[in-house]
Design a protein around this ligand. Structure first.
Ligand SMILES: NC(=O)c1ccc[n+]([C@@H]2O[C@H](COP(=O)([O-])OP(=O)(O)OC[C@H]3O[C@@H](n4cnc5c(N)ncnc54)[C@H](OP(=O)(O)O)[C@@H]3O)[C@@H](O)[C@H]2O)c1
Length: 305
């Protein structure tokens, strides 16, 4: 497993992290196996949110691993706040309440990173700044970041927030490449050249923010998994071809493809299957060439000018 710095925080995190959105579906004993498998593979970073499983994911995670101060020291925990039933809420009251709830469920005094989950257009950045100061001063949150935000939304926060924003978590994977399409297809009259995110990839690199790729195996917004999916024969054939040369499986190559980008993207995988997790974790040590990267990109249905 390879490790990387999250933003400029000094946190040395595994470049593959385990997303715990789906862990609420598991019995605690099975959840324990998944978490231990991840730890054995070298994963030291776990992604949560207050809303996963309606709070149950954080609870199952903490119980499964027998959370206590010494266990807590061995891992990095990230959680998110700001999504409510039918609306987004970056108010001080809600964020503080959400963090307190997460800490209670995770059975810990602090999270390493807190992300604002999805942009709230009614955000008062001065209020967010005050909230972050309270959370930082109390020791409940060590570092802050965002998720699903574009550069100008981040700039607006940065005008007031005193702490570095070290992470932006965004959907990204072989079948969800908007972040890079428009950079490769600049000024073409094609769909791929449309700027939908304000050049978030270049912005993140310029500002030392780590992009975390969520749902790396999905296409669309939770429409399904593209691996072994008949809808995507070309990309599956290409992944298989490259996988065979490296002695790993297609899923590992799909993650190695994300990790190959020099933006140093951390990949948040969501499998709860032990064998799959072990196989995907091998991606961290797989090198794919520039040529292979572009072959996969093209096999995913993307045109180059
Ligand atoms: N910031 C945000 O807005 C946001 C949104 C969504 C998710 N997230 C984060 O991202 C994490 C990952 O999301 P995700 O679970 O959708 O990611 P994913 O890794 O793309 O998908 C995992 C799901 O795909 C299934 N799957 C089927 N075949 C697979 C294969 N060959 N390889 C890998 N997975 C396969 C897995 O089933 P098995 O368990 O049976 O393997 C699991 O249900 C979440 O846990 C969460 O932490 C963040």
């Amino acid at each position: 497993m390879k490790y990387m710095e999250l933003g400029k925080s000094g946190l040395e995190v595994s470049n593959i992290a385990l997303g715990c959105m789906r862990i609420s579906d598991l019995e605690e004993k099975d959840a324990a196996k998944v978490i231990n498998n991840a730890i054995e593979a070298g994963i030291n970073f776990f992604d949560h949110a207050d809303i996963y499983g309606g709070g149950k994911s954080e609870e199952v995670f903490a119980n499964a691993i027998g959370m206590n101060p010494s266990v807590r020291e061995t891992m990095y925990l990230q959680t998110k706040a700001g999504i409510r039933e039918g609306f987004f809420d970056f108010s001080k009251e809600h964020i503080i309440e959400a963090v307190d709830g997460s800490l209670r469920r995770l059975k810990t005094d602090y999270v390493d990173v807190l992300l604002l989950h999805r942009p709230d257009t009614l955000v008062e950045p001065e209020e967010v700044a005050e909230t972050f100061n309270i959370l930082k001063k109390s020791g409940k949150v060590n570092h802050f970041g965002v998720s699903n935000q574009n550069p100008m939304q981040i700039e607006l926060l940065k005008k007031y927030v005193e702490q570095d924003l070290i992470v932006n978590q965004l959907q990204y994977g072989v079948m969800h490449t908007g972040m890079i399409d428009k950079g490769l297809q600049v000024n073409m009259k094609w769909d791929g050249s449309i700027d939908r995110d304000g050049s978030i990839l270049d912005y993140s690199r310029l500002n030392d923010m780590t992009i975390q790729a969520w749902s790396p195996f999905q296409y669309g917004l939770f429409e399904g998994v593209f691996i072994d999916n008949d809808k995507f024969p070309e990309v599956n054939t290409k992944l298989q071809e490259i996988a065979e040369t490296k002695g790993v499986n297609k899923s590992a190559i799909a993650v190695a493809w994300i990790l190959r980008h020099p933006a140093k993207i951390q990949t948040i995988i969501g499998t709860m299957n032990l064998e799959r997790l072990t196989n995907i974790a091998k991606a961290s040590d797989i090198e794919i060439s520039r040529e292979e990267w572009y072959e996969i990109y093209r096999a995913a249905g993307n045109e180059l000018p």
